[in-house]
Design a binder for this molecule. Structure first.
Ligand code: AKG
Ligand code: FE2
Length: 360
């Protein structure tokens, strides 16, 4: 077992208090150093902002729906205003998770994602899976909780401190469901599909995960990633970001864009399933988080996935002779298995699901 100890790396929060330099397992190969992939200096375009109240407007919100479609075609993401989540709820949730991460290690370990001392499960507190000995690790810890289906919650892994944690997360999750349904309806309409098309893909078995990302300060943010470049797997992610400390960056047309801190605005990004279902009309954006030399950072991603048995494929109503299917069909559980394997290697599974020779 000793030679397998690389599978359970030390928590980064602990490591950060002990080292002057990130250990080599965290250091990106030179060509990927965040410093050598500089963010587009001129930032020629602003990240799109969608007003949710306009999407729901009595007049049909047609102008906002057009903005939404353009945003999803070109960026695959947007910031959301007028989402009607109380700002105090958003602050309370980030503060509650901050309190969780500030506890002594043995308290946090009560929610640990390590089973039997040697294997990592998806849920719980800890690191990402280290599947390969030569895998470059991210400079972050996380708390990963299944919130839906409700009867599949593993409450033993939910923090008991602070006491308010569960109630706040539950209230936030209800709000996310409302926002998700509103966006999915508008998305279907802009594609000319029945407005319930995307919503009807979610069965009672469709999982929602809350992932709290904790990024400790790093002595050499130029050498590591807080979160390596990736796209998300599911249908749609709702991201609540630290309101003071930035770090999220988006890749678009080969350039990286900083997402400025946006107190109380949410960021919504599509996941790979939606890119596939829309037959590539909508993008699942590649994004990453850079580390910070002085400050810790927290974010919360709510991932909306599909029933593991559900088959994901381009929507038949979007296909014709000129637009044949660009992705092959596969079950959500098969997608996730491939996704994690690729994620650990820093590659994208969706590239291997694409049907080639389509652009000739
Ligand atoms: O921390 C962030 O801003 C991004 C987190 C993220 O991309 C994720 O949890 O999938
Ligand atoms: Fe992500």
């Amino acid at each position: 077992m000793a030679e397998e100890s690389w599978r359970i790396p030390m928590l980064v929060q602990e490591l950060a208090t002990k080292v002057q330099q990130p250990p080599s397992r965290y250091v990106q190969p030179e060509q990927y150093h965040p410093i050598s992939l500089r963010v587009s200096a001129e930032t020629p375009e602003r990240i799109p902002v969608i007003d949710l109240s306009r999407l729901l407007a009595a007049d049909g919100g047609a102008d906002e729906a057009i903005k939404l479609r353009l945003a999803l075609q070109s960026w695959g993401l947007f910031l959301v205003d007028n989402h009607e989540i109380e700002t105090s709820l958003m602050d309370d949730l980030i503060n509650a998770s901050r309190e969780f991460f500030r506890q002594p290690l043995d308290e946090k370990q009560k929610c640990s994602n390590v089973i039997g001392g040697k294997n990592l499960q998806v849920e719980g507190y800890g690191n990402d899976q280290a599947r390969f000995e030569d895998q470059t690790l991210d400079w972050s810890d996380r708390l990963h909780l299944k919130v839906e289906p409700e009867d599949e919650r593993n409450l033993d892994l939910w923090p008991k401190h602070p006491k308010s944690f569960r109630a706040i997360l539950q209230e936030y999750r209800m709000n996310c469901k409302r926002i998700k349904d509103c966006i999915l309806r508008a998305m279907a309409e802009t594609l000319g599909l029945n407005e319930d098309y995307f919503i009807s893909q979610f069965s009672v078995k469709a999982p929602t995960f809350a992932r709290f990302n904790y990024y400790p300060p790093c002595p050499r943010p130029d050498l590591v990633f807080g979160f390596k470049p990736h796209s998300d797997a599911g249908v749609l992610t709702i991201l609540l970001m630290d309101k003071d400390v930035g770090g999220l960056q988006i890749l678009r047309d080969g350039k990286w864009y900083d997402v400025p801190t946006n107190p109380h605005r949410l960021l919504i990004n599509l996941g790979d399933y939606t890119e596939i279902m829309s037959n590539g009309i909508f993008k699942s954006p590649v994004h990453r988080a850079v580390a910070n030399a002085e400050k810790e950072r927290i974010s919360l991603a709510m991932f909306h996935g599909l029933d593991p048995e559900k088959e994901i494929e381009p929507t038949a109503d979007l296909l014709n002779e000129e637009q044949p299917a660009r992705y092959r069909k596969l079950k959500a559980k098969e997608y996730l298995a491939g996704f994690y394997e690729h994620f650990c290697r820093g590659t994208r599974f969706i590239d291997s699901v694409k049907i080639l020779n389509m652009d000739v």
